[in-house]
Design a protein around this ligand. Sequence first.
Ligand SMILES: [Zn+2]
Length: 140
Amino acid sequence: MNWREIKTRVTNGMQRFMYGRHGIDELTLSILAISLIVAFAATMFRQPWLQLTYYVGVVGALYRTLSKNLFRRRRENQLFLERTRSLRSWYRVQKRIVQERKTHRHFKCPACKQRLRVPVGKGKITITCSKCGEKFSRKS
Ligand SMILES: [Zn+2]
């Protein structure tokens, strides 16, 4: 048996094993990430009992991944996504601000709090809010 055959067999076996199981979703990935952070903090602050959280997280993540109760797992994930929507959109905005820091600056409209994006390096400019029409000046 050559390497290619072994690879195909393992892949097929995995697929057969995972058939009808929930697999990995956003909630599971978040559980794993939080568990890792807690484990790291536990090591940093020498709190061995906190390491337990890590094992609970890993077991929970494994349970969700292998679960055959697709309906419940999907509903849990859906609920998780709904509850974290504002946090996730905040994170997306922060990421974009960092990515575009060399080309654009972001300002909030003083009247309606709408986030506005202007090109960088144009000096002092008057910004007109695209949502409410408020005019204000900022240094770009
Ligand atoms: Zn506005």
